[in-house]
Design a protein around this ligand. Structure first.
Ligand code: GTQ
Ligand code: FE2
Length: 336
């Protein structure tokens, strides 16, 4: 039976200690609880102009041999101490690989993708399958596949990595295993696909477009598509085996914005990371505006009305957690 006793004799410190010792927190002291929605966030921009010198410094400080991966993670400034996500559910970073370097094999529960921003000539091995990496290529390393990268080209490479680390942390499914690789599954059969991704001198059966989506193919599909109601053209990268998203929990788009057009406001409960492949312009959302140019990366605040205005013909590579929300019945989107 719970009895009411007078607490007058306990100091605030004693009250706090009593709660802490019992692993209890009063809900009324938790800042999030029972508060109406605050303001939407604003877009956050990582300009290439700022990142480039940091990339140079990272080259001097770290190597794949010393650091597993030479990556500068893009950190949401609204996150909490110790967080390292870019936006809810998604972690992005810039990975740097020099000619001749090797980033050794490992695997993790997180799905990952790469989008090449600078240089070319690297190879990513996904289980037994090789994918080349050239400018604008989207290369996939689905969760729990062994993957390693090596660089056969002549100039330093920088690519965008996006992983759903933050989603796996929420779900308690974060898992990592260092190499060397073992129990590697047999290579996927790529015979049904185009030969556009074949690396000369490597056997065709080792190459799979399931793991590599070249920019020119995506652009061709995009340029042939009609603008959507908001004024932007969009194509979705789909897995040719399933016609679904490229990976179960990462969903990618290429968006074309034409100069002088401001898109209609678009709201979504999904979270997005945008990379400027070509072009320049600005994005307004949640009371903030960012001006962007080629190779800049920015996030969109979810649920806020987002509008884009291109100054020159623009191609944006957009990674979202849309599929997670869709599967949970939590996707809520509106144009206009
Ligand atoms: O290339 O395997 O940005 O494991 C973060 C974790 C890249 C990778 C990242 C990774 C990788
Ligand atoms: Fe990895």
């Amino acid at each position: 039976m719970v009895t009411t006793t007078t607490q007058a004799q306990l100091s605030p410190e004693e009250l706090q200690r009593g709660w802490r010792d019992a692993h209890v927190k009063p809900l009324w002291e938790i800042p999030l609880a029972h508060k109406p929605d605050g303001d939407f966030g604003s877009p956050v921009l990582w300009p290439w102009r700022t990142m480039e010198p940091l990339v140079q410094r990272a080259i001097a400080l770290a190597s794949p041999a010393s650091a597993e991966r030479r990556v500068l993670s893009l950190i949401d400034p609204d996150g909490h101490e110790g967080d390292f996500h870019t936006t809810t559910n998604l972690n992005a970073g810039l990975q740097i690989l020099l000619p001749g370097e090797v980033a050794r094999p490992h695997r993790h529960s997180m799905d990952a993708l790469r989008f090449v921003l600078e240089g070319g000539g690297a190879i990513t091995k996904v289980d037994g399958t090789l994918a080349r990496m050239e400018f604008g290529d989207l290369v996939l390393t689905p969760g729990w596949c062994w993957h390693e990268h090596w660089h056969e080209g002549t100039v330093p490479m920088v690519w965008l990595d996006v992983l759903n680390v933050h989603a796996h942390l929420h779900m308690g499914t974060f898992s990592f295993e260092p190499g060397p690789a073992h129990d590697v599954p047999a290579a996927v059969d790529s015979s049904a696909f185009s030969s556009a991704n074949v690396i000369p001198d490597l056997p065709v059966s080792d190459i799979s477009p399931v793991f590599r989506y070249p920019l020119d193919e995506a652009k061709r599909a995009l340029d042939a598509s009609a603008p959507a109601r908001d004024g932007a053209r969009r194509v979705r990268y789909v897995n040719p085996l399933t016609a679904g998203p490229v990976m179960p929990l990462l969903d990618c788009y290429l968006v074309r914005l034409d100069p002088g057009v401001t898109t209609l406001p678009f709201r979504t409960s999904a979270h997005s990371i945008c990379t400027v492949v070509e072009g320049s312009g600005s994005t307004t959302a949640g009371g903030g505006t960012v001006k962007w140019e080629a190779r800049d990366i920015f996030t969109l605040p979810h649920r806020a009305a987002v509008t884009h205005t291109a100054e020159t013909t623009t191609y944006l590579f957009v990674v979202t957690d849309r599929e997670i929300l869709l599967r949970l019945g939590l996707l809520d989107e509106k144009v206009g």
